[in-house]
Design a protein around this ligand. Structure first.
Ligand code: CUA
Length: 348
């Protein structure tokens, strides 16, 4: 019997053909991962800070790939070459090989030290808090289950949507009101944990205007998956316009709008005002600040588009729409909901 005959018999041509289909299917599946139009693609950096992580990750991945192929190749080669050929055969017993052992200790150590130097360099680089008049500061607070955004210099407070100017360093301070969350806009930055009684920092900078989607990336309770986020990047002039609209004092519902006026009264009598803030009218601090609600496109952890239909569904029974929602079912009638929505419509 010639060497290798057994192998050919075990993985014969028929078996290879059986393997072809799963291999083909897997390659199509993996090709799907490379689509850079995916909204939360961590391999599609859209700003200088995301690019820095990317520039570290790609060479490390390449090195890991080479090591993988090398090690797996040697394993497969050894398994085939040194397999047991007869039942009474025993392998040659080897007791130590100084050269081989030195080789597979020193080579990985050198690779790891190299990777470590670049990793620490990138960490230090990303950890630097940018300074300067043009830097926009944002205090981000994680709540179960939504994000609060406060712009201390612009005197703006909003929720769910983080608005930023393009080409500008955004110095983010991360805090939590309750449990550990993780702030993750994959195209703009890596994940940073948001920990109670601790401040963490992150810098983002978006090259182009647009919406960048993200997600809380640390399990934080029953609606963790409903704790989405979006970063809306504007051209600087548009961002100034957004700031102006969001820093303006709120309008009172027009007196000739009886629905909105009734809604405003309900906002207080039904207890909304004790959880939500509306500048000059209510000072609740449990839920999102609603002063300029209509400046946003989404609500409730960025899960719902802000429109009449969704608001109506939400007000009927919030915990049904977002499990665990701190906002309870207020048992509102359809007329009350109509009035409340008319009032919310005035919060521009
Ligand atoms: Cu917040 Cu998961």
């Amino acid at each position: 019997m010639r060497k290798g005959d057994t192998v050919r018999r075990r993985i014969g041509p028929t078996n290879w053909r059986k393997l072809a289909l799963p291999v083909l299917a897997l390659s199509f599946l993996l090709a799907g991962c490379s689509n850079s139009s995916l909204p939360q693609d961590a391999l599609d950096p859209q700003g200088p800070f995301a690019q820095k992580s990317h520039d570290l990750a790609m060479p490390v991945f390449a090195i890991a790939g080479v090591v993988f192929v090398l090690v797996e190749g040697l394993i497969v080669y050894s398994v085939l070459k040194f397999r047991r050929r007869a039942d009474d055969e025993s392998p040659v017993q080897v007791h130590g090989n100084v050269r081989a052992e030195l080789g597979w200790t020193i080579a990985p150590a050198v690779v790891l030290v190299g990777v470590g130097i670049f990793t620490v360099g990138t960490i230090v680089d990303l950890d630097r808090v940018p300074k300067g008049a043009e830097v926009v500061k944002v205090n981000v607070t994680g709540h179960q289950w939504w994000w609060e955004y406060e712009y201390p210099d612009e005197h703006v407070v909003t929720a769910n949507e983080l608005h930023i100017p393009t080409g500008t360093d955004i110095a983010i301070t991360l805090r939590s009101k309750d449990v550990i969350h993780s702030f993750w806009p994959p195209k703009l930055a890596g994940k940073i944990d948001v920990i109670p009684n601790r401040e963490n920092h992150m810098v983002i900078n978006a090259d182009n205007a647009g919406i960048y989607y993200g997600q809380c990336a640390e399990f934080c309770g029953i609606s963790h998956a409903n704790m989405r986020l979006r970063v809306v990047a504007h051209k600087p002039a548009d961002f100034q316009r957004w700031v102006k609209a969001n820093a303006a004092p709120p309008r009172d519902p027009a007196e000739d709008d009886p629905d909105a006026t009734a809604g405003q009264a309900l906002f207080r009598s039904k207890g909304c005002a004790s959880c939500h803030a509306v500048a000059g009218f209510a000072a609740g601090a449990v839920g999102p600040d609603l002063t300029h609600l209509q400046q946003r496109k989404v609500f409730a952890g960025a899960v719902f588009d802000l429109n009449e239909k969704n608001l109506r569904r939400w007000l009927r029974n919030p915990p049904e729409e977002k499990p665990g929602s701190i906002m309870p079912n207020l048992n509102l009638t359809e007329e009350e909901i109509t009035s409340l929505i008319a009032y919310l419509d005035t919060l521009k």
